[in-house]
Design a protein around this ligand. Sequence first.
Ligand code: DC
Length: 228
Amino acid sequence: MQIPDIVIAIDGCSSTGKSSFAKLLAKELGFLYLDSGALYRGVTLFAQEEHYISRMNIIRPELEEALQTLPLRFNSDNRTFIGDRCIEKEIRTMEVSAQVSPIAAVPYVRAFVDAKLHEAAAARRVVMDGRDIGTTVFPDAEVKIFMTASEEVRARRRYDELVAKGEYPVMEEVVENLRQRDYIDSHRETSPLCRAADSYLLDNSDMTLKEEVEWVKGLIRGKYTIYD
Ligand code: DC
């Protein structure tokens, strides 16, 4: 499928399956995949390890200063690094999930992540997922998708994901973490999670990944009148 140099923005609540969908879509289109949440998670891990966050208190001036030289980046196969250290596994734990939303609500952190995303997406041809890609980071994205799924489906996905990683999650805690993150993400002052007016809604509660990808490919074919 011959598509122009466009940005595909995928937003939605936690555990709606954004990253699996975005990853597969990028692969099929030959686009770069960028996981913006991984950068917020990377900042959170850094803040925890360097004690810029204790319980829910963020020591903002120190964290903001430290971010100025933090070498947070993606490598060529999309894994998240701080300098030479791969942090892909550490950023997906419940500990990081529990503190990432307050960190992502700090305006300075958002500006830091936005700058990294713009740098990585300079050539466009990217599929990017997050909470505010279509509204704030790339308001000019050519294709915007807002993903949703029932709470039950989302909690089950998150639970299975944690089990697959060797963790021992408690379902009630998983549901509570999802609700808390949704609440903080949609009520923060700086670029809260909300659906862009010009986005397409994708409820994938009863869809397979393959169906989702076919759905968006159909949409892109229609938009750019592509016949192959
Ligand atoms: O997609 P995720 O669960 O890995 O995202 C982790 C956190 O980062 C999530 O709680 C909200 C925040 N986030 C954000 O505020 N804006 C984005 N564009 C991406 C993620």
